[in-house]
Design a protein around this ligand. Structure first.
Ligand code: CUA
Length: 305
């Protein structure tokens, strides 16, 4: 979660402001400490009797130390505001990739309206193409933060926000909800995967397809289809729940429960058996499945690549 190794235009712009503020503050620090040191030496107690000369009201000084900080603030405020506006401008480049980001207690939903796909906790983007993230909050205030791609932007119920940036280096960049949003705020992580053009196309094609499931996980598929799972989760062609993450390609994801655990059979089985033991406050209830049944469902879900 580096805030100083930028991997997008916005990340670089934020770093420029950061560098500017650092240099301005460094100069202030040097000036203040030089003046302090000079005063300590020049006006030190040399054993003279009585009080030193008392000064009250010095108009030039008063005006000076009002104007100087105002100028310093202007130097910081102008580029900061320029960048804030640039990252949420209304204009969308013609080839921009639109992603609807929903912060939920406690996971991230990424929906690609133009591609008709949805995923959770893994934001996939192509390198070199502008991404327009429309941020919506269906429950409480969250904050989208993938430090290497862009600064924090709040996800506020009833007040759509936008973040526009262009990733410039393929790679995986961790992110985290940055606004306290309840008991599992710390467990609301994500990863942004920036693809090369080829791997991006392959990912989109795979996500748009319906995962083929072989006979050996038929038991898990049947348990899924007759359990409460279907009320909350969508698997294209199987169920259409809207409350929890879309599971159409859950087996292709690297992590589980918003980035808390690697997505393995053991972990997914444990999650299905008792989600609250892994993520306190989680909305998903324990379904009362036996360990064997939970393992069968996990095996089925992991086949949804
Ligand atoms: Cu969502 Cu903190």
């Amino acid at each position: 979660m580096s805030t100083i190794t930028a991997r997008s235009d916005v990340g670089r712009a934020v770093n420029e402001v950061y560098a500017l503020i650092t240099w301005v503050c460094a100069v202030i620090l040097i000036v203040v400490f030089a003046a302090l040191l000079a005063a300590i030496i020049r006006f030190r107690d040399r054993g003279q009797p009585g009080l030193p000369r008392q000064i009250r009201g010095h108009s030039l000084l008063e005006i000076g130390w009002t104007i100087a900080p105002a100028l310093v603030l202007l130097m910081i405020v102008i580029p900061t505001i320029q960048i804030i506006f640039r990252t949420q401008s209304g204009a969308r480049p013609a080839d921009a990739l639109e992603v609807t980001v929903r912060g939920r207690q406690w996971w991230w939903e990424f929906e690609y309206p133009g591609l008709k796909i949805a995923t959770a906790n893994e934001l996939h983007l192509p390198v070199g193409r502008t991404a327009v993230l429309d941020l919506e909050g269906p429950d409480v205030i969250h904050s989208f933060w993938v430090p290497q791609l862009g600064g924090k932007r709040d996800v506020v119920p009833g007040r759509p926000n936008r973040l526009t940036f262009t990733p410039d280096t393929p790679g995986e960049y961790p992110g985290q909800c940055a606004e306290f949003c309840g008991i599992s705020h710390a467990n609301m992580r994500m990863v942004a995967v920036v693809h090369t053009e080829e791997t991006w196309q392959a990912w989109v094609t795979a996500q748009q397809a319906v995962a083929a499931v072989a006979g050996e996980v038929a038991e898990g598929a049947a348990i899924y289809a007759r359990s409460a799972c279907v009320g909350c989760h969508a698997i294209r062609g199987v169920s259409a729940g809207l409350i929890g993450p879309d599971l159409t390609h859950v087996g292709s994801r690297k992590s589980l429960a918003a980035g808390i655990l690697p997505n393995t059979l053991e972990n997914l089985t444990a999650w299905i058996l008792d989600p609250a033991a892994i993520k306190p406050g989680v909305k998903m209830p324990a379904l009362g499945l036996s360990e064997r049944e939970a393992r069968a469902v996990a095996a089925y879900l992991l086949r949804l690549k």
